[in-house]
Design a protein around this ligand. Structure first.
Ligand code: FAD
Ligand code: DHB
Length: 388
C-alpha cells in the first residue's frame, strides 16, 4: 500500500488531520487500534474553544455541533460557601461550546467515510520504519493479515500510550512532566442539569465540577485518589460527596439521578519535545497531556493538526517545507500556554494532601483575587476561551 500521509490513531487529532488533508487534495490512511463503535462511545472531553469551533466549521464538519452544542457565556467558581460568576463573554467577547468529544468523533468519521477516506479500525502490531528517511513506512496487522504502508510522512496521533512517541530518535529529546497525585472521578447522570452553566468548586474535601451534556444528562466530576476503584463508590456515597463539596446555604441543590457511568482518570502535565524528527511528526496527546481542569486537551489536539495540515499543504503545493520545519516551535507556543493555564486552574482548585496551612491560605486568597479583580478574572477568562 502507498499513501502520502500515514496517520496513526483515530482520535480528534488523527481524524481531523485526515479530513483537512483531504480538503487540500492530500491522500492519507488512518490506522486505529480500537473499533469504530468503541471510539464513538468513549466519553471524554466536553469543552470546545471558539477557535476549535471555527476550525471545525470551516472544515465543513460543524453543522451538528452548531445545532446541538450548547454555547456557554460564563461559568461559576464556587469556594468559601459562595459562587462567583466569571463572565467569559463580557470579559473577552468570546464564548465556549459544550459538545462532547465522541460527537466530534462521530462527525469526523462520517465525513471521512462519506469521502471514501481510508480508515482502518482494529489494527494491531503497528510499527514505524525508516522515519529518518524520505520514505517512511508503517507495518501493521489488519483482519488477520500483515500489511505495510509506504508514505511520505508518518503522523503519530495515537495518544499518550501510543507507539509513535517511543519511535522518535531518543537523542536530543526532552520530556517535561508533573504528576499531581490525585485523579478525577467522572460520572454521567440521567437528570435535568443542576445548573445552566459549569460550576468549578474548591472545597477542603477536594475539587468538584458540574458540567452538562444534554437537557437530560449531566456530567459531574470530583477529585479522588487515582488508585481508588469505582466499585468502592456506591451511588449514595457519590451523592453525599457531591452535595458536600458543591452546595452552599442558599438552598440550591445538585440534581440527583440514575448514574449510568463511572470512571477514574489520573491527572498529569506532560510535554515531549521536539514534536518532529525527519518525516515523523507528533500531534495531540501523543506529544503532550494537560490535567483536564482547564478543558484544553482536545483543543490543543485540534490546533496542532491545523498547523500540521498547513505545513503539509505548503509542502505538496509549493514543494517548500518552512512551515513543517517550524511546526514544533509554532505548536509549543500554544501548548505551553495551555500547560500553564491547566496547571494554574488545577493548583488553585484542588486540595493537595501535602499543602501547608500557609499554602492553603494563599490559595484561598488567590481565588478571592481572581473573582474580585477584573484584571485577574479577565486573565482567567482569556485563557479559558483560548483568546490568545
Ligand atoms: P486520543 O483521543 O487519545 O486518540 C488517540 C487514538 O489513537 C485512540 O483512538 C487510540 O485508540 C489510538 N491508538 C493508540 N495507540 C494506537 C496504536 N498503537 N495503533 C493505532 N491506534 C492507536 N479536552 C478538552 O479540550 N476539553 C475538555 O473538556 C476535556 N475534558 C476531558 C475530560 C476527561 C475525563 C478526559 C479523560 C480528557 C479530557 N480532555 C479534554 C482531553 C481530551 O479528551 C484529549 O486531549 C483528546 O482526546 C486528545 O486527542 P488525540 O486525538 O490527541 O488523542
Ligand atoms: C468537562 C471536562 C472538563 O475537563 C472541563 O474542564 C469542563 C467540562 C466536560 O467533560 O464536560
Amino acid at each position: 500500500m502507498r499513501t502520502q500521509v500515514a496517520i496513526i490513531g483515530a482520535g480528534p487529532a488523527g481524524l481531523l488531520l485526515s479530513h483537512l488533508l483531504h480538503l487540500n487534495g492530500i491522500e492519507s490512511v488512518v490506522l486505529e487500534s480500537r473499533s469504530r463503535e468503541d471510539i464513538e462511545a468513549t466519553i471524554r472531553a466536553g469543552v470546545l474553544e471558539q477557535g476549535t469551533m471555527d476550525i471545525l466549521k470551516n472544515a465543513g464538519v460543524g453543522a451538528r455541533m452548531e445545532a446541538e452544542g450548547a454555547l456557554h457565556h460564563g461559568f461559576d467558581l464556587a469556594f468559601g460557601g459562595q459562587r462567583h460568576r466569571i463572565d467569559l463573554t463580557g470579559l473577552t467577547g468570546k464564548a465556549i461550546t459544550v459538545y462532547p468529544q465522541h460527537e466530534v468523533i462521530k462527525d469526523l468519521v462520517a465525513a471521512r467515510l462519506a469521502a471514501q477516506g481510508q480508515l482502518l479500525f482494529e489494527v494491531t502490531d503497528v510499527a514505524l520504519h525508516d522515519v529518518d528517511t524520505t520514505t517512511p513506512a508503517v507495518s501493521f496487522v489488519h483482519r488477520g493479515e500483515a500489511a505495510r504502508i509506504e508514505a511520505d510522512f508518518v503522523i503519530g496521533c495515537d495518544g499518550y500510550h501510543g507507539v509513535a512517541r517511543p519511535a522518535m530518535p531518543q537523542q536530543g529529546r526532552q520530556d517535561f512532566q508533573r504528576n499531581y497525585g490525585f485523579g478525577w472521578f467522572g460520572i454521567l447522570v440521567e437528570s435535568a442539569p443542576s445548573s445552566e452553566e459549569l460550576i468549578y468548586a474548591q472545597h477542603e474535601r477536594g475539587f468538584a465540577l458540574i458540567s452538562t451534556r444534554t437537557p437530560t444528562i449531566q456530567r459531574l466530576y470530583f477529585q479522588c485518589d487515582p488508585a481508588d476503584h469505582v466499585d468502592n463508590w456506591s451511588d449514595d456515597r457519590i451523592w453525599a460527596e457531591l452535595h458536600t463539596r458543591l452546595e452552599n446555604n442558599d438552598g440550591w441543590r445538585v440534581n440527583e439521578g440514575r448514574i449510568f457511568q463511572k470512571n477514574i482518570i489520573g491527572m498529569r502535565s506532560f510535554v515531549s519535545t521536539p514534536m518532529q524528527a525527519g518525516r515523523l511528526f507528533l500531534a495531540g496527546d501523543s506529544a503532550h497531556i494537560v490535567p483536564p481542569t482547564g478543558a484544553k486537551g482536545m483543543n490543543l489536539a485540534v490546533s496542532d493538526v491545523n498547523l500540521l495540515a498547513q505545513g503539509l499543504e505548503q509542502f505538496y503545493r509549493d514543494g517548500r517545507d518552512e512551515r513543517l520545519q517550524g511546526y514544533t516551535a509554532a505548536a509549543l507556543k500554544r501548548i505551553w500556554r495551555a500547560e500553564y493555564f491547566s496547571w494554574w486552574m488545577t493548583s488553585m482548585l484542588h486540595t493537595f494532601a501535602d499543602a501547608t496551612p500557609f499554602e492553603r491560605e494563599v490559595r484561598r486568597a488567590e481565588l478571592e483575587c481572581v473573582v474580585s479583580s477584573r484584571a485577574m478574572s479577565t486573565a482567567l477568562a482569556e485563557n479559558y476561551v483560548g483568546a490568545f
